[in-house]
Design a protein. Structure first.
Length: 218
């Protein structure tokens, strides 16, 4: 495991609950310091699902109603966590192949604290962001503004119920992540929208400072 920590010492982890703005901040940080970007969700949906096990196949083999309307609240959370956990080994395999010549910013909700912690050479390689309910709603509405027919849940028989299930799942996950960060001594920040992008980026820079290049990308 020590060897894995050393081999991944160039990886910065930005985890947390969905719809908090992780990917936007990762792109800004990467642009400012010429970091590589590894988005866990992109690789999960486009590469890893086809190679996954039963937890990941469960999502592929179910209809939208079966995914979002049929499960209980607890079932939905556990099935979501199981699928992300199942794909995390593939994430690590990918990152072990990235050259250590430049830092990598790896972002996504599947970067769970309990999975990331054993891979850290330094606790400041990881940061986790959680949204308030107001922040979640703003990001959700912004994502589908202008394309309501593509909004989450429109492919189910009850879009309102599906959205409620998603929102509940995300906040149940946020609570699980917060508890894990406290137990593991990892930094977790609540995002309520009071910080603008510049201030949010400055917070990331301050946290990751020991692992960022000394000069900006020019």
């Amino acid at each position: 495991m020590d060897d894995v920590r050393e081999r991944l010492s160039h990886v910065l982890w930005l985890g947390g609950a969905p719809r908090v703005g992780k990917s936007t901040l990762a792109r800004l940080l990467a642009g400012k310091y010429d970091l590589r970007i590894y988005n866990l969700d992109w690789h999960h949906t486009r590469e890893h699902l086809a190679r996954g096990g039963p937890a990941m196949r469960w999502w592929q083999e179910r209809t939208p109603d079966e995914r979002w309307l049929a499960p209980s609240r607890a079932q939905l959370l556990e099935r979501s966590i199981a699928a992300w956990e199942e794909g995390f080994g593939l994430v690590v395999d990918d990152l072990l192949l990235t050259p250590a010549t430049r830092p990598v910013i790896a972002d996504g909700p599947g970067a769970f604290p309990w999975l990331v912690a054993p891979l850290l050479a330094d606790m400041r390689q990881a940061l986790f962001l959680l949204p308030t309910s107001e922040r979640w709603d703003v990001v959700f509405e912004r994502r589908f503004r202008g394309v309501p027919e593509q909004a989450f849940g429109c492919d189910t028989s009850d879009a309102v119920k599906a959205r409620h299930a998603l929102r509940t799942r995300d906040f149940d996950l946020a609570e699980r992540l917060n508890q894990s960060c406290m137990q593991l001594g990892l930094r977790c920040e609540l995002f309520d929208g009071s910080l603008d992008l510049d201030d949010s980026l400055a917070m990331l820079e301050d946290h990751f400072r020991p692992h960022l290049p000394a000069s900006y990308n020019v």
